[in-house]
Every structure is written in structure tokens, then in C-alpha cells.
Design a protein around this ligand. Structure first.
Ligand SMILES: [Zn+2]
Length: 279
């Protein structure tokens, strides 16, 4: 069932666990994530970056593929289809019109008043169509869609201000980064808890790859209700595909080559679900 993220995130916030957002890149990714989460009977958010949307052909292709898989594989869990780091109102609108059930508008590169204005525009359009909206304040650094940027931590004041746009969830930058960490992650748990104590809406942690399990548990205790995972599945998949290609150099069937990373992905998805849902 394709749903927005409202109910699942509020429930996660109340019961103190986190919903994973697994980013998808293609059919195989989507199918593997849906199958595993359905088998574990857990809700899931499928994140799609602008780069991944372009790669797969466009918003309509992504929506069609996800809807088709839900039907054909008889997926029974709540599935949210979410734009990851939408950079503009136009992109968010296009995704909403195509059938995405949730969007992130990331205007965090702008000053707060401009971030507020763009986010509010997206919220007004999205809510009319029953679509949920995530925003970002401060700026999460690292590498996303091959673009590298510097981090800038959020403050409680920024969070309170942006929440007035009516957003459904918020990603405050608090030391996590996209891609791989250089050195040890340094999350600001104190501010995280303070923001959670002062805000009604669920909080989102980006850059979940490479954060030690104990820090993930601590973040959930401090009020994080959604954690984004992207790089980790890619690395799990890549390790096994490299092994396969080295061992079976003459195999050219793309289903076998791409599929050789599936078991590693299944394991990574299961591990994240156990950790995030505190099973
Ligand atoms: Zn992110």
C-alpha cells in the first residue's frame, strides 16, 4: 500500500523507534527492499534522489515501477515513496503530480528566510494532495549525487522557525554526513534532544551509513524517528558483485551480474531493520 509518511513517523516517534529510508537506484534495489521489508512485516520509506529519478527516466517511471512491484509482489506493508533532497519547488511538484507520496525540499543552501519561503511553497502544494513534506535546516555535509558540500549545524531557533511552515518532519544537520565519514562521526546529541523536546514533528537523521550502532541507538533515544540509508546498501552490493565478476568472468547475463549482490543487500536491510525498529 502506497502511503505518505505521516502515520508511520508519528507512530515511530511515539514508540521510540526509527523508520528506515532506503534509497533506490533501479528495479533490483526496489524489489529487494520491498521483498525484505514485507517479509519482516515492517513499513518502509523508499528514498529517491534527483539523480536517481533522472537515472531511471523520470518521476512517472519511478512511480509506475513502485506501484507495479507493490501489486505484482503482493506487498502488504505501508510503503512511502519519497523524494530525497528535492532541490526546488518545481521538482517537488513534478514528483507529487506523478504520484510520489512524500517529498523532501532541501533549501538548506539558502539563508533561513529563503529556505522558509521555498519550504512553505512546497508544503502548501503538497498538503493539498495529501503528500508529506520533510525539510532541512543547517546543512548536512558530505557527498550526495556526486556533489560535495560542507556541514553547518542546525540550531533550535532555526528548527522552531522552519517548523512554522507546517512541515511533517525535519532533518536538522547535527554532525552526520552523506557518503563515507572521514574519521569518527560526531553527532550533537544534546541539541538533538533539545530540538526533539521542543518540536512536535518527527526528526530525521541523514547520512546513516557509518554511524556506529551505539550512536544510532542513542540518536533514536534522543528522538530520531527516521534514518536515511544509501551508501551502505551500495557498498554491500558492490563487494559481492566484485567477487562474482572476478570469479565468473565469462557470465554476461545482467540479471546474474546485478543479482549477485542481492544477498548482501538483503542482509544489510535486515540488520538495519533490526537496529532501527529495536527488534
Ligand atoms: Zn540526506
Amino acid at each position: 500500500m502506497l502511503v505518505n509518511s505521516k502515520q508511520m513517523l508519528l507512530e515511530a516517534k511515539e514508540k521510540k523507534y526509527a523508520i528506515p529510508q532506503f534509497n533506490i537506484n533501479n528495479l533490483e534495489w526496489t524489489k529487494t527492499i520491498l521483498e525484505k521489508c514485507n517479509e519482516m512485516n515492517l513499513p518502509v520509506i523508499l528514498g529517491v534522489s534527483e539523480g536517481a529519478i533522472k537515472y531511471m527516466g523520470g518521476c512517472n517511471t519511478v512511480v509506475g515501477m513502485v506501484k507495479g512491484l507493490i501489486k505484482d509482489l503482493n506487498i502488504q506493508i505501508p510503503v512511502c515513496l519519497h523524494v530525497d533532497h528535492g532541490q526546488s519547488f518545481e521538482l517537488c511538484k513534478k514528483a507529487i503530480d506523478a504520484g510520489f507520496t512524500s517529498v523532501m525540499i532541501d533549501a538548506s543552501k539558502y539563508p533561513l528566510d529563503e529556505n522558509f519561503r521555498i519550504t512553505k511553497e512546497v508544503v502548501d502544494y503538497a498538503h493539498e494532495k495529501n503528500v508529506t513534506v520533510e525539510a532541512e535546516v543547517g546543512h548536512i555535509g558530505g557527498t550526495e549525487d556526486n556533489i560535495t558540500s560542507n556541514a553547518n549545524n542546525a540550531t533550535l531557533e532555526d528548527c522552531l522557525e522552519i517548523s512554522k511552515t507546517g512541515i511533517d518532519s525535519l532533518a536538522p544537520a547535527l554532525g552526520s554526513v552523506h557518503g563515507l565519514y572521514k574519521g569518527k562521526p560526531n553527532l550533537d546529541f544534546k541539541t538533538m534532544k533539545e530540538i526533539n523536546d521542543n518540536l512536535e514533528i518527527p526528526l530525521v537523521l541523514h547520512g546513516g551509513t557509518g554511524i556506529p550502532n551505539d550512536d544510532i541507538k542513542k540518536a533514536i533515544e534522543c528522538g530520531i524517528s527516521k534514518i536515511n540509508i544509501n551508501t551502505e546498501l551500495q557498498i554491500a552490493w558492490h563487494n559481492d558483485v566484485v567477487k562474482f565478476v572476478k570469479e565468473f568472468e565469462s557470465v554476461y547475463d545482467p540479471r546474474k551480474v546485478i543479482g549477485s549482490g542481492k544477498n548482501a543487500m538483503l542482509k544489510a536491510i535486515e540488520d538495519k531493520n533490526i537496529l532501527f525498529f529495536r527488534l
